[in-house]
Unconditional design. Structure first.
Lengths: 306, 380
C-alpha cells in the first residue's frame, strides 16, 4: 500500500499558544487512520490544516504526492471533510443540503441526483429526503453531515469527531457506513477522543497530546508494545492474593484483583491450582484485553479522558 | 456562485421572519400612517363660549364658521371657571369667550374685547386661532373705517381704493401632483425598511460563521470572493423584491403616482446596492452579531428621522436638515419624490443616483478590506 498522506513537522501557533509542535505522521492508501487524543490535543487543528481551512506556520504536507501549499485546489477536490460540528442548513431539506454540497464540490445534474440517491440509501434516510434538517435527530443529522462530504467521491475522507453527542444506534449506523467505505477502497482519517471507536474502526493510529504526536503505527503493534498484560480474578472469600512468580504488580479493582504479568497463561494456571487447593469459589478469571487507554496512560502518565 | 445564490434565496424564502421585517412591517407602517394622517380631518376645533348670546355675537361666530379648516364647538356644559381650569390642567388648549355686553358696546362704538384663554404649551394650535381672531378684528376695523369714510362724503369707489392694500398675494402652483401623505410615507418607509436588510445580512453571515459553515466551505476550495458574491447578491435581489412590492402596494392600494417608471427602477437598483453595500461593511466591521443588530437598528431608525422619511424634511429643525443631507436615505427619498411629484426623469435625479452608488461602493470597498479578517475569524 502506497502512502497517500505525509505530514512532516507541522507547526501551528495561536497567539502565544502552540497548538501543534512538530507533528509528523503518514497515512497509507486504503486504511482507516485514527488520530486519537484528548480534547484540545490538536486534532481539529491538524484536520483543518489538512483540508486547507487554515494554514500551518511550519512543516510540509503532501497528499496524493502533491504539496498542499502549491496544489491545494487539485488536492481539495479529492478530499471529503466532515467537521466536528453539524454544518448543515437547518431550514433546508436533506435533499437540498446534499444538492448544495454536491454542487459546491463540482458535481451537477444527473450524476449528482444519482449520487444523492445512493448517499440517502447509504444513510438509511431515503424516506426523509424532503424533510427539513431541523426535524432530524442528532444521529440523523450526523449521517447527512457525512453524506454531504461523499458526493464528489473523494479518495480521502477526513472525519473530525463525527459521532459526538449521538445515540449508540446512530453510532453503529455511522460505523457501518465507514466500514463499507473502507471496503470500497477509500482512505479515511478518523479523529476522535473515544478510544473504543479507534479500536473498532482503525488499522493504523497516531496518538496526539499537547500538539505532539507521541506515538504512531499499526493499532495491534501499539497495543502489543505499550499495553500491560494482566489477569483479573474475582472469587468469594478471597481477602488477598499471594505473591506469584512473574507477576510484577497486584492491585484491587472492582470486586476483584488485577495481576500484571507477561506470562498470562502460566499465571492463570497457577491461580486455578491455588483456587483448587484453597477452595476459593472463583467467580471470574480472565485475561485483561490490552486497550488504548493503557497505551495512553503508559505514554503520558495520564488517562485519556483526564 | 449560482449554487450559493440559489441556496441563500431558498433559506430567505423559508425564513418567514424575512418577509415580516422586509415587507410585512413596512406595509403595516404605511397603512397605519396613511390611515392616521391620510384621511384625517385637518380642521381645527375652536372651543368658544358665547356669554352675550346676542345677534352680533352670533354673527361673529358665523363669520368664523365660514372659514375653511375651522370647526366651532360651543362649550356650555361647564361654567367658564371650570373650563379655564381645564386649560390649566392641559385638557383644553384654548377657549374663545365673547363676554356679556359685546353687542351693546359694539353698537355704542365702545371698544370691546374678545377673550382668548390659552395653554402656553400649545403655541402651534393657538397660533392659528389667534390669527383668525386678529383677521376678524381687522375686518371689523375695515368696516368701521369704511363707515367713517362714507360718512365723510367719500364715494364707494374712493373708499374701496383707499382701503385697498398696496400688496396682494397670488398663489401659483408649480406641481402637477398634489403633495400628500401617500407620496411621503410610501417612498419614506420603503427607503427606511430597505436598510433593515442590514440586520438580515449580519444575522446570516454570523450564522454561517458560528455554525462552522464558512470553515467547511473553505475545504471545498471555493474562491472567497465567489462566496462573498454568492452571499451578497441574494440580498440585492431581496431589496429589489421588497421595493417593488412596497411601491406596487402604494400604486394599487393608494393610487401612488409613479412618474417615470424607469427612473424609479434605477433608483431602486441604486438603493439596493447602497443598502446591501453598507450592510456588508457593517457585517465585517463588527465583532459580534448582537452589536451589529443594534448598530443596524440605530442607523436605520436614526438616519430615517433626519433624512425626512417620517415627515417632510422642511418640517425638521435646520441642523437636522443639514445632518439629513449626509445620509443616503435623504437622497433616495429626494429621488423618489422628484420622480413621483415633480415629474423628474433619469437626467434630473442623477445626483441622487450617484450618491447612492457612491455610498454602496464605499461599503463594498470597506467590506472587501475587512472580509479576509472575517474569514480568518471564522476558520480559526
Amino acid at each position: 500500500m502506497g502512502t497517500i498522506l505525509k505530514v512532516d513537522r507541522l507547526e501551528k501557533t495561536y497567539g502565544e499558544k502552540k497548538a501543534l509542535q512538530n507533528v509528523s505522521f503518514t497515512v497509507s492508501q486504503g486504511t482507516c487512520f485514527g488520530l486519537l487524543g484528548p480534547n484540545g490535543a490538536g486534532k481539529s487543528t491538524t484536520m483543518k490544516i489538512l483540508t486547507g481551512i487554515i494554514q500551518a506556520d511550519g512543516g510540509n504536507i503532501h497528499i496524493f504526492g502533491k504539496d498542499i501549499k502549491k496544489q491545494s485546489k487539485a488536492i481539495l477536490h479529492q478530499i471529503g471533510y466532515v467537521p466536528q460540528s453539524i454544518t448543515l442548513y437547518e431550514q433546508l431539506s436533506a435533499y437540498d443540503n446534499l444538492v448544495f454540497f454536491g454542487e459546491m464540490y463540482g458535481v451537477y445534474g444527473q450524476p449528482l441526483k444519482q449520487r444523492i440517491a445512493e448517499a440517502l440509501e447509504q444513510t438509511g434516510l431515503s424516506d426523509r429526503a424532503k424533510d427539513a434538517i431541523k426535524t432530524f435527530s442528532g444521529g440523523m443529522k450526523r449521517r447527512i453531515n457525512i453524506a454531504a462530504a461523499l458526493l464528489h467521491r473523494p479518495k480521502l475522507l477526513i472525519l473530525d469527531e463525527p459521532t459526538v453527542g449521538i445515540d449508540p444506534q446512530s453510532r453503529n449506523h455511522i460505523f457501518q457506513m465507514i466500514r463499507s467505505l473502507i471496503k470500497e477502497g477509500m482512505t479515511i482519517i478518523y479523529s476522535t477522543h473515544y478510544m473504543e471507536e479507534v479500536e473498532a474502526l482503525c488499522n493504523d493510529i497516531a496518538i496526539i497530546d499537547h500538539g505532539n504526536v507521541i506515538t504512531q503505527g499499526p493499532l495491534n503493534e501499539l497495543l502489543e508494545k505499550y499495553s500491560q498484560k494482566a489477569v483479573y480474578i474475582e472469587a468469594e472469600g478471597l481477602s488477598g492474593i499471594p505473591q506469584l512468580n512473574n507477576v510484577t504488580k497486584i492491585y484491587e479493582e472492582g470486586q476483584g484483583w488485577v495481576l500484571e504479568t507477561d506470562t498470562i497463561t502460566e499465571t492463570m494456571a497457577k491461580i486455578l491450582h491455588l483456587a483448587s487447593r484453597n477452595n476459593w469459589h472463583l467467580k471470574r478469571l480472565e485475561m485483561i484485553r490490552p486497550s488504548l487507554e493503557n497505551v495512553f496512560l503508559s505514554l503520558t502518565g495520564t488517562k485519556l479522558r483526564d | 456562485m449560482r449554487t450559493l445564490i440559489r441556496k441563500e434565496l431558498k433559506i430567505m424564502f423559508k425564513e418567514k421572519g424575512t418577509f415580516f421585517w422586509l415587507i410585512g412591517l413596512p406595509i403595516i407602517f404605511i397603512v397605519l400612517f396613511a390611515s392616521i394622517f391620510g384621511n384625517s380631518d385637518q380642521t381645527l376645533t375652536i372651543h368658544y363660549l358665547d356669554q352675550d348670546r346676542s345677534a352680533l355675537s352670533k354673527t361673529f361666530i358665523k363669520q368664523i364658521e365660514k372659514m375653511k379648516g375651522f370647526k366651532l364647538q360651543e362649550e356650555t356644559s361647564k361654567p367658564m371657571e371650570e373650563q379655564v381650569q381645564d386649560i390649566k390642567n392641559g385638557k383644553l388648549s384654548s377657549l374663545v369667550v365673547i363676554p356679556r355686553g359685546f353687542e351693546k358696546k359694539m353698537k355704542s362704538g365702545i371698544h370691546t374685547q374678545i377673550l382668548l384663554y390659552r395653554d402656553v404649551t400649545s403655541d402651534q394650535t393657538v397660533a392659528s386661532i389667534r390669527a383668525i381672531l386678529q383677521n376678524m378684528s381687522s375686518q371689523y376695523r375695515e368696516i368701521k373705517l369704511q363707515d367713517s369714510l362714507l360718512a365723510m362724503g367719500k364715494t364707494k369707489a374712493e373708499v374701496t381704493k383707499t382701503l385697498q392694500s398696496p400688496i396682494s398675494i397670488k398663489e401659483i402652483s408649480q406641481h402637477s401632483t398634489k403633495v400628500d401623505i401617500i407620496t411621503q410615507v410610501i417612498p419614506g418607509f420603503t427607503v427606511m425598511f430597505v436598510f433593515f436588510i442590514m440586520i438580515n445580512m449580519i444575522q446570516r453571515f454570523f450564522k454561517e460563521k458560528d455554525s462552522g459553515m464558512i470553515a467547511r466551505l473553505q475545504s471545498t476550495a471555493i474562491n472567497p470572493i465567489h462566496y462573498l458574491l454568492g452571499m451578497w447578491i441574494p440580498f440585492v435581489i431581496a431589496v429589489l423584491v421588497q421595493c417593488t412590492t412596497l411601491i406596487s402596494f402604494g400604486y394599487f392600494v393608494y393610487d401612488l403616482k409613479l412618474g417615470n417608471v424607469l427612473a424609479i427602477m434605477l433608483l431602486v437598483l441604486c438603493l439596493s446596492l447602497c443598502g446591501t453595500g453598507i450592510g456588508l461593511a457593517v457585517t465585517f466591521l463588527i465583532s459580534g452579531e448582537n452589536q451589529g443588530v443594534v448598530l443596524a437598528q440605530l442607523f436605520s431608525m436614526g438616519t430615517a428621522m433626519v433624512a425626512g422619511l417620517w415627515m417632510p424634511i422642511e418640517l425638521l429643525p435646520s441642523f437636522a436638515q443639514m445632518i439629513g443631507k449626509f445620509t443616503p436615505q435623504y437622497w433616495a427619498q429626494q429621488g423618489f419624490q422628484d420622480v413621483m411629484l415633480r415629474g423628474a426623469d433619469i437626467s434630473d435625479i442623477w445626483i441622487s443616483l450617484m450618491i447612492l452608488i457612491a455610498y454602496g461602493l464605499v461599503g463594498l470597498i470597506i467590506a472587501l478590506i475587512c472580509f479576509p479578517r472575517f474569514i480568518r475569524s471564522a476558520t480559526n
